[in-house]
Design a protein around this ligand. Structure first.
Ligand SMILES: Nc1ncnc2c1ncn2[C@@H]1O[C@H](COP(=O)(O)OP(=O)(O)OP(=O)(O)O)[C@@H](O)[C@H]1O
Ligand code: SF4
Ligand SMILES: [Mg+2]
Length: 365
């Protein structure tokens, strides 16, 4: 982490394998690979970042870039339950509050899950059991980590349902997941994930399935709760606009790797990577006709099995042919500091980047 970088997260760290982390959450060179009949799927391939308590990191990228696999990795969920079947190969280091989780025994990671770290899943129905009432599930989540009687746990559950904006929480305590609307289910899951005041909260596309008004309410709620509990929060989304407002820092993922990282302000207002330009250009704008917007990122994400040498974005990059000195096409661009802790993995030099951004991209946004 550079001296000039003042926010809570960083996408690089010193190469000090085994050194205890200095940040609340420190992920070092995380790799999550899945052996399949077609070959090894490298879903996450060398991701590093840091996050402090009270700060929010936004992870952005299009579908299949490895966002959910990263969060399941941090939560230790590739080795349990339904995820166990996936036979993931994990390597790297995940330090949470001074403990390294990848080498820890699964039982101790399970004890941390729900208490010290919790996750709001992309699809609330996958996290809520259909046969038990919402209230019962929150009570159980609380009692796993707290030695309290049912009445005390119920009081806590009702309090949380109220806190996340569920009307008449006393009565809704006894409802089943299918009796809730999508927005209410998402709130119920947020209540469940917060019941033990987790210090790390991962929200994986918490609003994707919801309408715009409810989306805004849920995001406000996460922001308020974070202020209240002082947790470290990772918000995962494909929508740069969401994280620009909520996050302190943004990490842009492409093909299982970080291609750009910086403060939310710098990534949103002065992005330095052609893929991030594309993401910005594809954001919906109500004040512009479709024809006036930049064209969204053309083409499809790279194969995670046969990742080509060189820049993974090359086949889709409109600037692949801009001369890059002696750099060959097979040379992979590493993350480089392009100013004040802002990192970008692109071979283009600053003069070209600035010219393209100022003359071609920014005027169209
Ligand atoms: N068990 C598995 N076996 C093989 N490949 C997998 C497995 N789980 C995930 N993948 C692959 O890893 C890649 C990353 O998946 P991931 O779910 O992290 O994407 P994502 O960025 O969360 O996308 P989305 O925005 O659609 O949620 C995908 O190509 C996916 O097919
Ligand atoms: S390295 Fe080349 S292909 Fe890759 S993003 Fe930069 S300009 Fe585009
Ligand atoms: Mg996902």
């Amino acid at each position: 982490m550079t001296e000039s970088h003042k926010t809570g997260a960083s996408a690089v760290d010193e190469p000090a394998v085994g050194r205890p982390a200095r940040s609340f959450l420190e992920v070092r060179d995380l790799r999550v690979h899945f052996p399949t009949e077609d070959g090894l799927v490298k879903s996450v391939d060398g991701l590093s970042f840091q996050l402090e308590k009270g700060k929010t990191l936004g992870i952005v990228g299009e579908s299949g870039s490895g966002k959910s696999v990263t969060s399941l990795g941090v939560m230790g969920l590739h080795t349990v339950g339904q995820y166990g079947k996936r036979k993931a190969q994990l390597s790297g280091e995940i330090w949470l509050d001074g403990k390294e989780l990848l080498s820890a025994d699964p039982d101790s990671v399970r004890r941390l899950r729900g208490r010290e770290m919790a996750m709001i899943f992309q699809d609330p129905l996958s996290a809520l059991h259909p046969y038990f009432t919402i209230g019962h599930q929150i009570v159980e989540a609380y009692r796993v980590h707290n030695d309290v009687d049912k009445a005390t746990a119920k009081k806590r559950a009702v309090e949380l349902l109220d806190r996340v904006g569920i009307p008449q929480p006393d009565q809704r305590f006894g409802s089943y997941p299918h009796e809730f609307s999508g927005g209410m289910r998402q709130r119920a899951m947020i209540a469940m994930s917060l019941v033990n005041n987790p210090e790390l909260l991962i929200a994986d596309e918490p609003t994707t399935a919801l309408d715009v008004t409810v989306q805004a309410q849920i995001l406000d709620l996460i922001r308020d709760l974070q202020k209240e509990f002082g947790s470290a929060v990772i918000i995962i989304t494909h929508d740069l606009g969401v994280v620009a407002e909520l996050a302190d820092d943004i990490l842009v993922m492409y093909g299982g790797r970080c291609v750009e990282y910086g403060t939310a302000e710098s990534v949103f207002y002065e992005p330095q990577h052609p893929y991030t330009w594309g993401l910005l250009g594809s954001m919906p704008r109500i004040d512009r006709a479709q024809s006036e917007r930049l064209i969204p990122v053309k083409g499809s994400p790279p194969s995670l099995i046969n990742i080509p040498a060189g820049c993974a974005f090359n086949p889709r990059c409109p600037y692949a042919d801009v001369p890059k000195g002696n750099v060959t096409r097979t040379e992979r661009p590493e993350l480089r500091d392009v100013g004040a802790g802002h990192l970008s993995a692109c071979h283009m030099d600053k003069t070209d980047r600035d010219r393209i951004w100022n003359e071609e991209i920014a005027p169209k946004l």
